[in-house]
Design a binder for this molecule. Structure first.
Ligand code: ZN
Length: 373
């Protein structure tokens, strides 16, 4: 994988670039729709590609490892073939879900022992095994196993988790490089910067991980309930300590108005379940704010969700129709609403990218900060 920077904003830390992956080029900054179970809920891969022109999506290692299993996915020709998506795929390491979903887990130097949230079976994730699982998927971008403490975390606990994350990253990279000597790999591996909300810990972690000379870097442990200002501060200080010529990915953010804020701090990649999850709950993002479709005010509203949105849903359907589908509990509502929300997120990133290329990003940032979601 190669990352090319095409333009940088002279005022902020924003950059526009291209990630060249084995499954096509991805223009950055980029928002990656989340396809937890090897599907973006409610949306066909055909529409993700042809309607939304998404270039990369995210899938979850923890879920796919437990069900249907990485060996089955490998047998079926890898994740791209399995889900009929021939563009890029990023998979997380599974660490975040082990820490958030599994009630029983034991962390050792070798990895984390946990019980499946599905049937209680015991499993072990190690820095080496999570690399192997993601290689079996055939992910374009894989993540190293990390330990993501809950927020707020005591300094000592956060320090211990961060240092273990660094040791696991080193072990993961040794294994990954050994595997790539056996067979050339089309999978890039990103380590994840942790350190909770402690500047010193973030700095120590970023410095240690930078030595791995990875193809890109993720910043984890944000968007875990902390105030937004703190999250932005951590992203900014971490991004500055990472190699300038590698993509930086903040995991799990954010609201539409947060996207340019992270970009302004030198972030190139983001993902979040918000646009798709909120869509299914009838919460729709527009260029001027939000539409909560169940509200009575939309009962006889012939307008689309957003007049200026080019998505399939806005080209064809009224708010009145969408409200009817939502109240009737029709599955089609989820599909139409998700298409719209994802279009909004992807378009927002395209506007941001265009503004950086044209040298007009500070103006966009200012205008967006005045909007309310
Ligand atoms: Zn739309």
């Amino acid at each position: 994988m190669r990352f090319e920077i095409q333009a940088e904003c002279p005022v902020t830390g924003a950059r526009a670039g291209v990630l060249h992956t084995a499954h096509g080029d991805v223009e950055t900054p980029v928002f990656m729709p989340v396809g937890t179970q090897a599907t973006v809920k409610g949306v066909l891969p055909r529409d993700l590609a042809e309607e939304l022109d998404a270039k990369i999506i995210l899938a979850n290692t923890y879920h796919l490892y437990l069900r249907p299993g990485h060996e089955l996915i490998r047998q079926m020709g890898g994740l791209h073939r399995f889900m009929a998506w021939d563009r890029a795929i990023l998979t997380d390491s599974g660490g975040f879900q082990v820490f958030s979903l599994s009630d029983l887990r034991r962390i050792t130097e070798e990895g984390v022992l946990f019980r499946s949230h599905l049937n209680g079976d015991a499993h072990m994730f190690s820095p080496e095994s999570t690399v192997d699982v993601q290689l079996a998927f055939g992910s374009d971008i894989a993540m190293v196993l990390d330990e993501c403490p809950a927020w707020p975390a005591e300094f000592d606990l956060a320090a211990e988790a961060m240092r273990r994350t660094v040791r696991w990253a080193r072990a993961g990279f040794v294994h990954y490089r050994r595997r790539s000597e056996e067979t050339p790999l089309n999978t890039a591996l990103f380590p994840i910067v942790q350190g909770s909300m402690y500047k010193d810990l973030r700095a120590e972690c970023a410095g240690a991980l930078a030595e791995l000379d990875a193809d890109g870097y993720a910043i984890g442990g944000l968007s875990v309930g902390e105030p937004r200002a703190l999250s932005l501060e951590m992203a900014e200080l971490t991004a500055k300590l990472l190699p300038v010529d590698r993509p930086r990915y903040v995991m799990g953010v954010g609201m539409p108005d947060e996207l340019p804020q992270y970009v302004a701090r030198g972030i190139d990649m983001m993902d979040c379940v918000l646009p798709s999850r909120n869509a299914r709950n009838g919460y729709l993002f527009t260029t001027t704010g939000r539409v909560v479709i169940k509200q009575t005010q939309y009962k006889e509203d012939p307008r689309p969700i957003d007049d200026s949105c080019p998505c399939y849903t806005c080209r064809n359907f009224s708010r009145a129709y969408l409200r009817h589908l939502f109240l009737a509990g029709e599955i089609t509502f989820s599909t139409l609403a998700t298409l719209h929300n994802l279009q909004r997120y992807l378009d927002r990133m395209r506007e941001i990218r265009q503004a950086i290329l044209l040298g007009k990003f500070p103006e966009l940032l200012k205008a967006v900060s005045e909007q309310v979601f």
